[in-house]
Design a protein around this ligand. Structure first.
Ligand code: HEC
Length: 148
């Protein structure tokens, strides 16, 4: 009797978690395409931004910061009133839907999902290379004005 209830409890929990995962916004299916279009030009090794978002492993620790910055419309940055305005043309703001997708992804636990859902990589070569992403700011980077 005791064993039966334990089993049904476990089965119940398993069904529940499968359902939750199936309903989730996932990194590979929903978030990676947004990162490719709006973030990876800067957020990859050797570029302007201090952290890389090419892979799930690199992106996951930043999930809370990403949610905060995109919801506050601070990322992607907007350099419209600076000499960096050409950047603006290549980095249009996220749509409301894209922001909602990222917020939901983080709220649901920032799950990876199925790598088979991923779009083709945009920067495959650099993605294979590990670099120290926390090096001191370069002279070029120091010229970027802070955004508020
Ligand atoms: C035009 C280049 C550019 C684009 C595009 C861009 N970022 Fe950034 N991002 C930066 C730079 C530069 C910094 C560092 C700025 C700073 O910390 O003052 C940064 C910092 C960040 C940080 C904080 C890292 C830290 O050290 O705390 C997060 C999180 C982030 N960006 C997320 C995003 C997301 C998500 C997108 C896409 C929606 C995005 N960024 C698009 C240039 C960019």
């Amino acid at each position: 009797m005791k064993r039966v209830s334990l089993i049904s409890l476990l089965l119940g929990a398993a069904t529940l978690s499968t359902a939750t995962i199936a309903a989730s916004v996932t990194y590979y299916k929903d978030v990676l395409p947004i990162l490719q279009n709006h973030c990876q030009t800067c957020h990859r090794p050797g570029q302007l931004a201090p952290v890389s978002f090419l892979t799930y492993k690199e992106t996951r620790p930043w999930a809370e910061s990403i949610k905060y910055l995109v919801a506050a419309k601070r990322m992607p940055p907007w350099f419209a009133e600076t000499p960096y305005s050409p950047v603006v043309a290549r980095h249009p703001a996220l749509t409301v839907r894209e922001i909602e997708t990222i917020v939901r992804w983080v709220d649901e636990g920032a799950v990876a999902g199925d790598p088979k859902d991923a779009p083709p990589p945009t920067y495959e070569q650099e993605g294979r290379r590990r670099v120290d992403q926390r090096q001191p700011f370069s002279a070029a980077r120091r010229e970027i004005p802070p955004f508020h």
